[in-house]
Design a binder for this molecule. Sequence first.
Ligand SMILES: Nc1ncnc2c1ncn2[C@@H]1O[C@H](COP(=O)(O)OP(=O)(O)OP(=O)(O)O)[C@@H](O)[C@H]1O
Ligand SMILES: [Mg+2]
Length: 302
Amino acid sequence: MSTSNPKKTVPADLRELVSRPPIYRLLGVAEKLHGKHLNAAWKGLAGVPGADEPGIPVVVKHLPNAGQIYIELACGLASQVLSLPVPRPALVFADLDDLPSHPVGLTRNPVLLFGSLFQAEDPFTAQLAHQGGQAAEYIWDQVCGEKAGPAGSAWDELVANPDRHVQNLLFDGTKWWLFDHNLALQPISKLYASIEDSNARTQLVEHTARVNQLLEQVVKRRPVDHGVELEARQLSKHAQRLKILAIEMRKWRVLQGQVSDIVRMAALIVDLIALRLEPLALHIEARLRKPNAEALWNTSMN
Ligand SMILES: Nc1ncnc2c1ncn2[C@@H]1O[C@H](COP(=O)(O)OP(=O)(O)OP(=O)(O)O)[C@@H](O)[C@H]1O
Ligand SMILES: [Mg+2]
């Protein structure tokens, strides 16, 4: 009956997520990750400043373009609300001394990094991800055969993410995880100064990425039963949950100016993601009609 208590409007399963901003501090020296990824990344333990809690294992990465940290945070939080297998996101302050081999251009100390909850990778699949060729085909076969294939395809379309190569997928021995969203919703990096302007918002709602890699792979392998439209319909039901997330993010009390800007921008992006749910089915339909979704095209021509 009462609508005065805002907690009443927050679904029970989201309360913990929205209860506080995901701001952490790196605890001790992190381990540099060596791989083909573009941005410098480390694995370490992170804790909530002032809280008496054990550290949590995280992977942190330095994003030289400030706009990309908003996008990662927004995508990380939105995906939790949509129950997608994306590691939980964090903003992590780190002392430069705790980041071995950090980029020379990094001078701000402490530096703010994008973090995500560490997921232990199945070692066999991990080594395949770096081999390309048949090994990459094996990874695509595996992920496309699971729910993460079609669900991840709908998700990547929702956030216009062109960057889903096999090294941005991770198998933990039981399930597949999707991570790395700093290249999603790319026009934001150009439009963020005017994001509150309605033209810019329309452009962002209508934007589609150059490619949806996971969708292409899923359609190639499962031309008639890929189920991507169904996954998109499921996501479309959750506009309200995304709006609640954005409302609750705006209530977070954040002391550091740099972080409050990031949270404010990420909340705007979450609202945009909610708006993008409406044209999602159309975007997917258009993607499926393209000749490069080869198998489907052949099926529809027969
Ligand atoms: N939550 C996580 N759990 C375990 N490993 C992770 C996690 N997040 C990232 N990694 C590891 O860190 C690497 C770098 O992360 P990420 O892919 O986000 O960086 P990137 O530089 O943006 O990559 P790209 O070159 O694909 O743009 C990944 O390839 C993966 O091995
Ligand atoms: Mg990556």
